[in-house]
Design a protein around this ligand. Structure first.
Ligand SMILES: C[S@@+](CC[C@H](N)C(=O)[O-])C[C@H]1O[C@@H](n2cnc3c(N)ncnc32)[C@H](O)[C@@H]1O
Length: 316
């Protein structure tokens, strides 16, 4: 696990927040830290500090095994994924603790690598079924789920883009990634997307099959992107085979388009594919209303199923 590698520890690790998304609000983290401060009045504890320069990204507190929990483990507290005011609150709380109790080790890590490590922790929890009370999903074989033709279809879109002067790169977000079928094409093109999907079983399948990168895959509702990412966070925002998009459910998809535009930087590239022309027209209108200038492209083939139409454009 990347967290253990970065920290140079073998013991188990336990993040106090129940999910990656909960790391935005860090409710439990702040509560626990205030408890730790009070507890430190009389005794010392084993602490590790994770930092980037002067700022504290994380704090680890050692918990020796006892009768109730017979194994040693480290509790991990971090504010690195929290909204700015909470991040500041975390740092001042952590610094108060560090002033009372020196850490036995300080580990310098970039904030990006630290976020990847936290992301990976939750992916591993998901794929090992630790986030579900029961699992009724039957494992499927790789061949029955992933199709090379589909990867080729997505790759073909990028060839068209390159011919038209687009060269996607930088910080990439893929929304509605499913089990990673389309993400696979992005990886092969050398992109390193953060892939989000609302259905946790689908993400779990992609992780289990070794398709989705556990450091960059998240269970997240794409209608809430701007709650978790700052405006303008991404150079490229993509989504493949969105839909089915109908007038009656268009609010779901137009909501995702608005959010995609909100987290794209100005000048950033946006690309979305669907199966039919009426669907792409609905998405295109939503994107234009959100300040994205672009075009609908006919990508139809004899099979007539996947990625038949796409919208590509840039945010103004
Ligand atoms: C047809 S699948 C496409 C999956 C993948 N992009 C591909 O091309 O193979 C559409 C995906 O959108 C996901 N989805 C629907 N609503 C969503 C939302 N609000 N946030 C994130 N994902 C969503 C679905 O769960 C489904 O996995």
């Amino acid at each position: 696990m990347l967290l253990q590698e970065l920290l140079g520890i073998d013991e188990n690790i336990y993040l106090v927040e129940e999910s990656y998304l909960a790391q935005r609000a860090i409710k439990s983290t702040l509560q626990y830290l205030s408890g730790v401060r009070n507890f430190l009045g009389g005794q010392s504890v084993r602490l590790l500090r994770v930092r980037e320069g002067e700022s504290t990204l994380g704090l680890l507190l050692f918990n020796p095994g006892d009768e109730d929990v017979p194994v040693d483990f480290w509790s991990v507290f971090t504010g690195a994924l929290a909204a700015a005011p909470l991040k500041a609150e975390f740092e001042s709380s952590a610094d108060l603790i560090l002033a009372l109790n020196s850490p036995e080790k300080e580990i310098e890590v970039s904030a990006e690598l630290w976020r990847d490590a936290v992301n990976e922790y939750y992916s591993l929890m998901l794929v090992s079924r630790n986030l579900c009370s029961v699992c009724n999903v039957r494992p499927e074989s790789y061949g029955s789920v992933f199709s090379e033709n589909r990867v080729q279809k997505v790759s073909g879109i990028f060839e068209k883009l390159r011919e038209n002067g687009y060269s996607p790169g930088g910080k990439v977000l893929e929304v509605c990634c499913g089990n990673g079928m389309s993400t696979l094409a992005l990886y092969r093109l050398g992109l390193d997307p953060l892939a989000v999907e609302v259905n946790k079983c689908t993400v779990c399948q992609g992780l289990e099959q070794g398709v989705l990168n556990p450091r960059k895959a998240l269970v997240m509702d794409a209608r809430a992107l701007s709650r978790y990412f700052e405006p303008g966070s991404f150079d490229v925002v993509l989504g493949f085979m969105l839909g089915l998009v109908y007038e009656f459910n268009s609010e779901l998809w137009t909501g995702i388009m608005r959010e995609a535009a909100a987290v794209s930087r100005n000048g950033g590239l946006l690309l979305f594919t669907v199966s039919s022309k009426p669907e792409i027209e609905i998405l295109a209108e939503a994107l234009r209303n959100a300040g994205v200038e672009g075009e609908i492209v006919d990508n139809t083939d004899a099979e007539g199923v996947y990625d038949q139409w796409f919208f590509v454009g840039r945010k103004n």
